[in-house]
Structures are given as structure tokens and as C-alpha cells.
Write a protein that binds this ligand. Structure first.
Ligand SMILES: *Cc1c(COP(=O)(O)O)cnc(C)c1O
Length: 496
């Protein structure tokens, strides 16, 4: 299978090449030239399998230049070795009449691990396959969770270096603590003055700077991306949609072929886009519900077809969704239109004016699959409390946005199909916000006392990766302006 740019440049890359490259030469994103289809039998056969085996089967369809053995090695390294604290990797739980796919059992307690434990494996294998000798320098802009998950995935991986930029005041305390304490001989972590979009735009600009990239190449360094613009981030995420369906099938909650809905806490549109691929492949999905927070640019887009990032930016309780430019939407627009000229035009308008509109025909297509809603911080707090009071189940603020949107969807449409909420972070990662929402007084308590309190209240163990941060020293304390990012990348590339 070949991969080309959403903006029209036909590079005809293999999956391995697209994963090494990260972003297309014309600034577009890599998309598969066709989306593989599977039948009911394929889905049925997944049912008795482990997560790792399911992953191997699904990834093989998209990464057809990897051998079966290579994929097996990759998925075993990513999801084996007790790196996840649940044997199902992505277990499906029930909270009342909602199915919850818990995607946060990996080492950093957020769903980013689902992809970022696998991406370094896919990338190293791709490097071996293509005889790549240059160092792969992974650049990451993070609103919190990606940074740590990428650091954890790439730390001390041979042939790679990783540099992470996070918005100085845009992450939770625990997210920041996770990043600034990261060990590893090949890592750099940097706070950027500004919000997530400043960090992301800075990184995008570096990827688009041909002279700079050429200079680095001469110095034996190749830039690569671990953001969800990288195909190697997206493909692994398709797996857990199938896995949730297969689990529900195995548990007799649905019959083969029954359509279900997924409700997804959304920021950069990577997670929910993986659901779109699953749907296109033939997974019986009725609607994908896009849940946002107060930064509700996507809710408006799905309702009206007008994307407008010129709006107030809110720092919310769900920082990983505090995003005004959802990069992966570009891939969806490509698949809905099949028209690279249109996509390129819209992305140009977004860049120059901050808005674009897709017109009624494409909007109709979009709305036949997607539905959007949002919850502000008050709504998120109320939802955390309601789910705890009614179901004795503690959820984090991102997941709460999805519970709220799922409620809105059912109220407005009356659709009672089975609903799977993707739970994207452990509540421990946002213990202060969660305890506050539950009416606890957190004033003056440190983050680790809060973990203990949450553990008592929820009767669940504190994730090991968070617990150990209590004694971890700060290693990375630098802050930069967004204009300085490119020079810092050059310095880090040159460093031994
Ligand atoms: C990254 C993240 C999201 C948003 O996912 P996208 O793929 O960017 O839409 C939601 N919740 C949490 C906890 C995250 O870390």
C-alpha cells in the first residue's frame, strides 16, 4: 500500500517511509491510497484473540511492507513485558449503560501510550528496513500527554533523539512533573512561552523549513514526528476500536453486525480519526461522537461546516483538548472529498485567515458519520460527580467531556445503540481537578497527597508511573520563546 499527501504531492511512499518522514513534502499529511475493507468473519475471528494478536492482524492491512515477523516483534515489544498494568491492554468496562474503553493502562497513564509505545518500534524497524543511517530526531509539540508518552517510548532507543516542547503554563502539574523528570541520554524537554498552538506551530514551521532540514541532513540528522500527524501514531489507534467491538461481542453484549456508537474526547482529531478508519474498514459503527471542551471549534464545525480558529482560547480542566487547530481533520477532509486541491485550499485559508468553510455537500457527508458536542469546565465537573455518584466510577476531565457529549447525543437523537466512551486518561493524572469536582477540599495539599486521597476514595491503586514521580528529581528546567525553537533544535541535533 502506498501513502500520498493530502495536499496532492504524489510521493508514493511505503508505510515505513511515511513513518520515517512524518509529514509530506508539501506540508500535507500522509494518507493510505485506499482503506482496506474487512468482513464480518474478520471481526468474529478477532473475538477470542489477545490485544496483541488483534493489533498484528489489523496493522498488517495498513503496514503491508512490514513482514508478519516484524509486526509481531513490534507489537510484542509495545504491549508485552508488563508495560501495561492490565492484561487486556485496553479493557472495556461498564458504567451504567455506557461501555468504557479504558485506554490509559500504559506507562504514562494516558491513551497516548496506545500509539507511542508502538511508534518507536515501527520507526526502528522502518529504519532497519530502509538501511537508514542518519539519526532520527523526533520533534514533538505537546499539550501534555503526548510529550511524556513519546519520551517514555523513545528514551534510549538507538538511532533516535527526542525533543519535546510543551506550553509553559498549559499542562497539569502532574503532566509537567512527568516530563521534566524524564531520564534518558537522547532526550530534551523544553517549556515554550505561549499555548499549545504556539508550540505546535513552531514545530510545524521547523518541519516546513527546507533549508533547515537540508542543513540537518548534511549533519546526519533526519527530522521525524511523533505527533499524531505521523501515520505510525494513527494506525495503532485503529486497533482499539476493533478490540472494543470484539470484547463486547465475546461478552455477548452485542451480536455480530450490530452497530454501535463511539464517543471520543477530541483535541487534535487523531483518536476519533482512527475510529473513522475503523468504520471505513467495515467495523459496524453508526456514529462517531466528537466530544470537545470549552475550546469548541470542532463542535461548531460539525454543526455548521465552518471552521474558525479566530476565537478565545480557554485553558480548561482538560488540557489535552485545549486545541484550536485540529491537525488530523485534514485527513478526514481528504477522505470525504478525495480532492487534494480543495484540501490544500482550505488549509491555506486556515493558515492565512484562520477560517474556512466546506460547503453543504461535504457537510452532509460529514454529518452522516460525525456528531459533536462540548462541555465547559462546569459541565465537566458536574459529569465527574454524576458518574461517581451514580456508578461509583471515577473518570478524568477528558473522559468526562465524552460522558457529557454521549448524554447530549442520546437526549437529542434518541439513539439507544450501545455507546462506547473512550476513556483517555487515568483520573490520577488529574487528581486535583477530579477531587475538586467530587467536592473535596484540595487546598494546600501536594499532588502526591491527592493521589493517596483519590486512591482511598476510588478504592483503586495509584499507577506505578505516577507514584514514583514523588521522589524523582527535575532534570529539564529550560524555558524558551517560540522564535528560539529552531535554534534549540539545531543545538540538540549537533550535541553528541
Ligand atoms: C491527546 C488526548 C486527547 C485528544 O486526542 P486527539 O487524538 O488529539 O484528538 C484527549 N484526552 C487525552 C487525555 C489526551 O491525552
Amino acid at each position: 500500500m502506498k501513502y500520498n499527501s493530502t495536499r496532492g504531492y504524489d510521493e508514493e511512499l511505503t508505510a515505513a517511509e511515511a513513518i520515517i518522514k512524518g509529514i509530506a513534502s508539501d506540508g500535507g499529511l500522509f494518507v493510505p491510497e485506499e482503506i482496506p475493507r474487512v468482513g464480518k468473519d474478520f471481526i468474529k475471528e478477532l473475538s477470542p484473540l489477545s490485544y496483541t494478536e488483534r493489533a498484528k492482524k489489523i496493522l498488517a492491512l495498513f503496514l503491508d511492507d512490514y513482514t508478519g515477523r516484524e509486526l509481531e516483534k513490534c507489537v510484542n515489544a509495545a504491549y508485552g513485558n508488563d508495560k501495561f498494568d492490565h492484561e487486556a491492554i485496553a479493557p472495556v468496562k461498564e458504567a451504567g449503560d455506557i461501555f468504557v474503553s479504558e485506554l490509559w493502562h500504559g506507562p504514562t497513564s494516558a491513551f497516548k501510550d496506545m500509539a507511542l509505545q508502538l511508534l518507536p518500534q515501527l520507526l526502528t524497524t522502518a529504519r532497519e528496513k530502509s538501511g537508514e543511517e542518519k539519526t532520527s530526531l523526533i520533534l514533538v509539540a505537546t499539550s501534555g500527554d503526548t510529550g511524556k508518552a513519546a519520551l517514555e517510548g523513545f528514551a534510549d532507543v538507538p538511532g533516535t533523539k527526542i525533543m519535546v516542547f510543551y506550553p509553559q503554563d498549559g499542562t497539569s502539574l502532574m503532566q509537567k512533573k512527568q516530563m521534566v523528570t524524564q531520564e534518558g541520554g537522547n532526550v530534551s524537554v523544553m517549556a515554550v512561552k505561549g499555548n499549545f498552538d504556539d508550540a505546535q506551530n513552531g514545530v510545524k514551521r521547523i518541519f516546513g523549513d527546507r533549508d533547515f532540514i537540508y542543513t540537518l541532513l548534511k549533519e546526519n540528522t533526519k527530522l521525524s514526528s511523533a505527533n499524531s500527524i505521523n501515520w505510525g501514531r494513527l494506525a495503532p489507534q485503529i486497533v482499539y476500536y476493533f478490540s472494543a467491538y470484539a470484547d463486547m461481542l465475546a461478552a455477548g453484549k452485542i451480536k455480530l453486525g450490530d452497530k454501535i456508537n463511539f464517543c471520543v474526547p477530541t483535541g487534535n482529531f487523531g483518536n476519533i480519526l482512527a475510529g473513522y478508519y475503523a468504520l471505513c474498514m467495515g467495523l459496524p459503527v453508526h456514529r462517531l461522537i466528537c466530544a470537545s471542551n470549552a475550546n469548541n471549534v470542532l463542535t461548531e464545525f460539525i454543526k455548521t461546516g465552518a471552521y474558525n480558529k479566530n476565537r478565545k482560547f480557554y485553558k480548561t480542566l482538560s488540557p489535552s483538548m485545549d486545541i484550536l487547530i485540529s491537525s488530523n481533520l485534514e485527513r478526514l477532509l481528504f477522505h470525504l472529498t478525495g480532492n487534494t486541491v480543495k484540501v490544500k485550499g482550505w488549509m491555506g485559508e486556515l493558515q492565512s485567515m484562520g477560517h474556512y468553510a466546506i460547503g453543504s455537500e461535504i457537510l452532509g457527508k460529514l454529518q452522516s458519520i460525525f456528531w459533536g458536542s462540548f462541555a465547559d469546565d462546569n459541565g465537566i465537573r458536574a459529569t465527574i460527580k454524576k458518574v461517581y455518584d451514580n456508578q461509583n466510577y471515577v473518570i478524568d476531565p477528558h473522559t468526562a467531556a465524552a460522558f457529557s457529549a454521549a448524554d447530549d447525543y442520546r437526549m437529542e437523537t434518541g439513539d439507544s445503540r450501545p455507546m462506547v466512551v473512550l476513556s483517555t486518561a487515568s483520573p490520577y493524572k488529574f487528581a486535583g481537578s477530579v477531587l475538586n469536582a467530587l467536592g473535596k477540599d484540595c487546598a494546600g495539599k501536594d499532588e502526591f497527597a491527592l493521589l493517596e486521597e483519590l486512591s482511598t476514595l476510588s478504592n483503586t491503586p495509584i499507577p506505578a508511573g505516577l507514584k514514583k514521580l514523588a521522589d524523582a528529581p527535575t532534570i529539564h528546567d529550560k524555558v524558551c520563546a517560540k522564535e528560539e525553537m529552531i535554534d534549540l533544535v539545531a543545538d540538540f541535533a549537533a550535541a553528541k
